[in-house]
Design a protein around this ligand. Structure first.
Ligand SMILES: Nc1ncnc2c1ncn2[C@@H]1O[C@H](COP(=O)(O)OP(=O)(O)OP(=O)(O)O)[C@@H](O)[C@H]1O
Ligand SMILES: [Mg+2]
Length: 428
C-alpha cells in the first residue's frame, strides 16, 4: 500500500478546471469493459478514468453505478468520496449481494481504521494517494482474476511428472474447526497431520486455512518460500504438480504443507471457491488433506467445511466453550453437515477441570473422539516448532492425538517413539 501523501494526491487535481461539471446521462449504458469508477467529484472521477487505457464505466454514486452492472465480472474503483461510514455500509450490502463485483477503494487519507473497515465490509484492496497507473491497473486485474469463475479440468497424470501423480482414489478431507479462538485447532491440525503422514504411504497435506493469521508454518518450524497466494495467482492452470511445487516439505514427517499467506492483507485475494478448488486438486494425489481453520464462519470456512469428509471440532472444557460448540453444532446442522462427520476433541480436558466429560457429551449429544490433557509439553512443542507427537511421543497429549488419527487410519498407528525415521519417500 502506498504511503498517504495528501498534498500530492490533491495536486493531481490542480490542473483541472473547477467548472468541469459534467451532466450525468439519465440512463447510463455500460461500456462492457468490466471496470467502473465511482466518485461524486467529477474531476477526481475523470482523473481515475484517465488512468485506464480503455473506456471504463463511470458513475457519481453507488446507486447510479448499479444501473451499469450487467452480471458480468466487474471491478469497481471507489474514489475518495466513497470512504465515509455511510458509504461503507452501502458497499457491504452491495458487495455481499454481487459475487461478480469486486471493489478497490482509492483514498486520499489512509488510516488503520479506514483500512480495517474497508476490508471488513468486503473491499478487496485499498490504495492511497498518490496513485500510480501501474499499481491501479495491477490491482484491478488481480481483483478481476479472483472473481472469474474457476474452471475445472482434470489434474495432469502424465508419466513425466516428477511429483506424486494422482492415483485415481480421492483422499479424505479432514478440517479442524472450532467456534472459539485459541482453543487448540492449530495444535490439533499439526499433530494430527504429522501422525497421519508418518503412518501413511501416500502423501498427506496440511493446508493452513487460517489465511490471515496462519500458525502452521511456525508450529512446524518451516520457512515457506511459496504460499497459497502463489497457487491462487495461477488458478487457471492449477494442477497436482504445480501445487506440490508450491507446498513446503516438513522433513521430519514427510508432510506437505500449503502455507498461509505471508501477510494478512493477502488473505483477501483468496475466496472460498479458490480453497474448494485447491482441495479438490490436492485430494487427487494426497491420501489425507487436513485443513486448519480460523474460528469464524466465513466464505472460506464454509467452502472448506462443505468440501470436508470429516470435521474435528475442538473445544475447551469450560462453559463458554461448550456453549459455543452448541452454537457451532446448530450452524453446521443448518449447513446440512451430517452429524456422522463430526468428531469432538476436548482440549485441556483433565481432572483439575470441574466439568464432567460425560455430562458435556450428554449435553452435546456426541461422544468425544479424543481428550487432550492440559500439559506444558504443548507450549514447549509450539515454541520449539516440533509437534508433541514428535517432541514428546510418550506423553499423554501425543497418545490423544494418535487416538484421533486412529479414527481416520486404516491400520494401527505407529507412534514416533517406536518409528525411527521420517518419511521422505515422495522426494527421494
Ligand atoms: N492441551 C494443551 N495444553 C497446554 N497448552 C495448550 C494445549 N492446547 C493448546 N495449548 C496452547 O494454546 C495455544 C493456542 O493453541 P492454538 O494456536 O492451537 O489455538 P487455535 O485454536 O489454533 O487458535 P486461533 O483461533 O488463534 O487459530 C497454543 O500456543 C498452546 O500453547
Ligand atoms: Mg490456529
Amino acid at each position: 500500500m502506498t504511503d498517504y501523501d495528501f498534498s500530492s494526491f490533491d495536486s493531481s487535481f490542480d490542473d483541472f478546471d473547477s467548472g468541469l461539471a459534467v451532466a450525468e446521462p439519465e440512463s447510463p449504458v455500460s461500456t462492457g469493459s468490466g471496470v467502473a469508477v465511482v466518485d461524486s467529484d467529477n474531476a477526481v472521477r475523470d482523473y481515475l478514468v484517465g488512468l485506464f487505457e480503455h473506456p471504463v464505466d463511470e458513475a457519481a454514486d453507488l446507486i447510479e453505478m448499479e444501473h451499469l452492472l450487467t452480471g458480468e465480472v466487474c471491478v469497481v474503483v471507489l474514489g475518495p468520496s466513497c470512504a465515509t461510514s455511510e458509504h461503507m455500509t452501502h458497499i457491504e450490502e452491495w458487495v455481499r449481494s454481487r459475487p461478480n463485483v469486486g471493489t478497490v477503494l482509492v483514498t486520499s487519507e489512509l488510516t488503520t481504521q479506514l483500512l480495517h473497515k474497508a476490508l471488513r465490509v468486503g473491499v478487496k484492496d485499498v490504495l492511497s494517494a498518490p496513485i500510480e497507473r501501474d499499481q491501479l491497473l495491477e490491482t484491478v486485474e488481480r481483483v478481476a482474476q479472483a472473481l472469474r469463475p474457476v474452471e475445472t479440468h482434470p489434474a495432469r497424470t502424465g508419466a513425466a511428472d516428477q511429483a506424486v501423480v494422482p492415483s485415481g482414489e480421492l483422499g479424505r478431507v479432514i478440517s479442524i474447526f472450532s467456534t472459539k479462538g485459541g482453543s487448540g485447532k492449530s495444535v490439533t491440525a499439526t499433530n494430527l497431520a504429522v501422525t497421519l503422514a508418518r503412518n501413511c504411504d501416500r502423501p498427506v497435506v496440511l493446508v493452513d486455512g487460517h489465511l490471515q493469521f496462519g500458525d502452521v508454518a511456525v508450529m512446524l518450524k518451516l520457512y515457506p518460500e511459496t504460499t497459497v497466494v502463489d497457487a491462487v495467482a495461477q488458478m487457471e492452470s492449477v494442477d497436482s504438480e504445480m501445487l506440490q511445487e508450491i507446498m513446503t516439505l516438513h522433513e521430519p514427517s514427510g508432510l506437505l504443507v500449503l502455507a498461509a499467506p505471508a501477510e494478512p492483507t493477502f488473505a483477501d485475494q483468496i475466496s472460498g471457491a479458490h480453497m474448494a478448488r485447491l482441495i479438490e486438486v490436492i485430494r487427487t494425489f494426497a491420501a489425507y488433506v487436513v485443513v486448519d481453520l480460523p474460528a469464524i464462519f466465513s466464505d472460506v470456512v464454509l467452502n472448506v467445511i462443505e468440501a470436508s469428509d470429516e470435521i474435528v471440532l475442538v473445544a475447551g472444557l469450560d462453559i463458554p466453550n461448550i456453549k459455543n460448540v452448541k452454537i457451532g453444532f446448530s450452524t453446521l446442522a443448518l449447513l446440512n453437515v451430517p452429524k456422522e462427520r463430526l468428531h469432538l476433541l476436548l482440549n485441556r480436558a483433565d481432572s483439575k477441570v470441574k466439568l464432567d466429560v460425560g455430562e458435556v457429551e450428554r449435553s452435546l449429544g456426541i461422544e468425544t473422539a479424543a481428550h487432550v490433557p492440559s500439559d506444558v509439553v504443548v507450549p514447549i512443542s509450539v515454541n520449539k516448532g516440533s509437534p508433541v507427537v514428535l517432541s514428546a511421543p510418550k506423553s499423554n497429549v501425543a497418545r490423544a492425538f494418535e487416538q484421533l488419527a486412529a479414527r481416520f487410519l486404516e491400520g494401527p498407528v505407529t507412534s514416533a517413539s517406536s518409528q525411527s525415521q521420517g518419511l521422505r519417500k515422495f522426494f527421494g
